[in-house]
Design a protein around this ligand. Structure first.
Ligand code: CU
Length: 505
C-alpha cells in the first residue's frame, strides 16, 4: 500500500464513520419520533345506539381508538406488560367525561375519577395519561362520571404478558352490558321516588336481585337475536376474556356443552378450576380456557342475567353450517348467582405474603329502597369520612352487608385478596379489584397499602354508586388535591340530586 492508497483508505474510513454517526443520530431521531407516535388517542363521541342495528335509538357514547399508524377501531385498548400506557383521551362528545382504567395499578393522578383524582374532561378538551403497565390480564375502562357507563362509555382493556402471543391460543373478548332504551337519569329519579307502598306489591318480588328492568343484554354490543358467530377450529384452544361491563347486572356464565378451565379472575392468575358454569359479578372479569371438541359443531357461550329469564352471549363454531342460536329469552329464570360457592374454591397463584394486619377498616353496607338510599357506614358521597392508611400497612377491609341486595365492592389502585367469607377463613383466596358482597353476609379482604394517593372505594352497581355508595381511602402524607378537598364533607344532597336528575333540555 503506497501513501496515496493509505490516505484514501483513511478518508474512506472517516467517511464511513461519519456515516455511522449521522446514521445512528438519524435512527435515534426516528426512534424518538416513533416514541411520540406510540400515543393512542381515545376519542369519545356521541352516538345513537340501535340494538342489532334496527329499531329504536338510544343516546350512547362510542370510544374510537386511533392507533399510532392512524388506523381506528372500537374494540378497546390492547397493550403489553411493562410497556407504557400512552393515551390521550379526547372528549368529542357533548358532556363532561372521565375514563377510569378499571383494575389497573396506576399513579393516583392517572386514575380517572372526577373530583377525587382529576376534574372532568369538558367537551372539546383532551387529557393525556402515561404510566407503566405493571400487570397483565383482562381489564376494562369506563366512565366514572354520572351515569355514562350505562350509556356505553366503556371498552375492553387487555394487557398481554409479552409481545409474542401464543399462536396456539385464540383470544376472544366477551364484553357484557345491560341495555335500556330509557334515559338512565329518569330511571334513577324514578328509583329515588320509590315509596314503601310500591315495595310491598307483588311485582317487586325480584327487587332484591335487580333494580332495573333492562330491554336487552349485550355481548360485544349485540343481542342474542343477532349474536357474534366466531369461527374457530376443532381441538383449538380458546381463551375467553369475559368482562362484566354491566351497570347493575350479575350473570351466570354457561358454557353449554363445553367444559372450561377458569384460569384468572379480575386479571389475576388462579389455580385452574374446571367447570361449565361460573358466576360473574358486576365489574368482574373471568378468563376461561376452552379446548374445542374434535367433533365439528356450534357452541353458544351464554351469560344468564341474574333474577331474569334473559340471556346474552356469542357462538363459537367449527363448522360452515349456520348455527342454531339460542333465544334471548330462556325457559327458566336465573335465580341468585352463588358467588361464594366459586369464591371459596379459588386459589390465587400470586397470594399476598403472610403478614400481620396493621389496620382494619370496617365497612357497613346498608340501604333502603324507600327513597333509594345507599350508604357505607351510614354515609353517602360526598358527605363522607375518609379512612386513612399509612404506606406499608397491611390493611384489612371488612364488608358487612346488612341488606338483601348484593354489592360489588371495588377498591381503586390496589389488588386485594379475599381472606374470609362469613367467618370461614379462605387460604390463598382470589386476588381481585372487585368482590361481590352477597346479601346478609360478611367478607374480609386484605391489601398492602403500597400505592400512595387518595383512592375511591365504592359499590360498582352504578345506581348504588350514583346514590352515594362511594367513599375514599387517603394515604397519610399524600398531598390531597383541592378539588377533592372542596368536594368531600359537605352536605350536598340537593346538589347530588341535581347532578343525577335529568338535564333540562
Ligand atoms: Cu351496591
Amino acid at each position: 500500500m503506497n501513501i496515496n492508497q493509505h490516505s484514501l483508505l483513511i478518508t474512506l474510513l472517516f467517511f464511513l464513520l461519519s456515516f455511522m454517526v449521522v446514521g445512528s443520530t438519524l435512527a435515534g431521531l426516528k426512534n424518538d419520533k416513533n416514541k411520540d407516535n406510540n400515543t393512542i388517542s381515545i376519542q369519545v363521541i356521541d352516538k345513537q345506539f340501535q340494538v342489532d342495528n334496527k329499531g329504536k335509538k338510544a343516546k350512547a357514547f362510542e370510544l374510537v381508538f386511533v392507533q399510532p399508524d392512524g388506523s381506528t377501531n372500537t374494540k378497546g385498548y390492547y397493550g403489553v406488560k411493562n410497556e407504557l400506557f400512552d393515551v390521550i383521551v379526547e372528549n368529542k362528545s357533548s358532556e363532561a367525561i372521565t375514563i377510569h382504567w378499571h383494575g389497573l395499578i396506576v399513579p393516583n393522578n392517572q386514575d380517572g375519577v372526577p373530583n377525587i383524582t382529576q376534574l372532568p374532561i369538558e367537551p372539546g378538551e383532551k387529557k393525556a395519561y402515561k404510566y407503566r403497565l405493571v400487570q397483565s390480564g383482562t381489564y376494562w375502562m369506563h366512565s366514572h362520571q354520572r351515569l355514562q357507563e350505562q350509556q356505553q362509555l366503556s371498552a375492553p382493556l387487555i394487557i398481554y404478558e409479552s409481545k409474542d402471543k401464543n399462536p396456539k391460543v385464540q383470544d376472544i373478548v366477551m364484553f357484557l352490558e345491560d341495555f335500556t332504551y330509557k334515559n338512565p337519569y329518569v330511571l334513577f329519579t324514578n328509583l329515588r321516588d320509590t315509596k314503601m307502598e310500591k315495595m310491598k306489591s307483588s311485582e317487586d318480588k325480584q327487587k332484591d336481585l335487580n333494580d332495573i328492568n333492562y330491554d336487552a343484554y349485550l355481548t360485544n354490543k349485540r343481542s342474542l337475536s343477532n349474536p357474534e358467530v366466531i369461527t374457530t377450529k376443532p381441538n383449538k384452544l380458546v381463551r375467553l376474556r369475559i368482562i362484566n361491563a354491566s351497570s347493575s347486572t350479575n350473570y351466570q356464565i354457561n358454557l353449554g356443552k363445553l367444559e372450561g378451565q377458569l384460569i384468572a379472575v379480575d386479571g389475576e392468575k388462579i389455580k385452574p378450576i374446571r367447570g361449565n358454569k361460573f358466576p360473574i359479578g358486576i365489574a368482574n372479569r373471568l378468563d376461561i380456557l376452552i379446548k374445542l371438541p374434535l367433533k365439528k359443531g356450534a357452541y353458544p357461550i351464554l351469560g344468564l342475567a341474574e333474577g331474569t329469564n334473559k340471556q346474552t352471549g356469542l357462538i363459537l363454531t367449527t363448522t360452515k353450517d349456520k348455527p342454531i342460536i339460542p333465544s334471548p329469552t330462556s325457559k327458566n329464570t336465573m335465580g341468585q348467582i352463588d358467588y361464594y360457592k366459586l369464591e371459596r374454591k379459588i386459589k390465587s397463584l400470586t397470594p399476598l405474603k403472610k403478614k400481620p394486619v396493621d389496620l382494619t377498616l370496617n365497612y357497613l353496607l346498608q340501604g333502603t329502597m324507600n327513597g333509594y338510599i345507599w350508604t357505607i357506614n351510614k354515609e353517602s358521597w360526598p358527605n363522607i369520612t375518609p379512612k386513612k392508611v399509612k404506606k406499608g400497612d397491611r390493611v384489612e377491609m371488612i364488608f358487612r352487608n346488612d341488606n338483601s341486595m348484593s354489592h360489588p365492592m371495588h377498591l381503586h389502585g390496589h389488588v386485594f385478596q379475599v381472606t374470609e367469607i362469613n367467618g370461614e377463613p379462605i387460604k390463598d383466596g382470589a386476588r381481585r379489584d372487585t368482590v361481590l358482597v352477597q346479601p346478609h353476609s360478611t367478607i374480609k379482604v386484605q391489601f398492602d397499602a403500597d400505592n400512595p394517593g387518595v383512592w375511591a372505594m365504592h359499590c360498582h352497581n352504578l345506581y348504588h354508586l350514583a346514590a352515594g355508595m362511594l367513599t375514599t381511602i387517603e394515604f397519610e402524607g399524600y398531598p390531597l388535591p383541592s378539588f377533592y378537598l372542596n368536594t368531600i364533607g359537605q352536605v350536598k344532597k340537593t346538589n347530588t340530586e341535581l347532578q343525577y336528575s335529568e338535564e333540562k333540555k
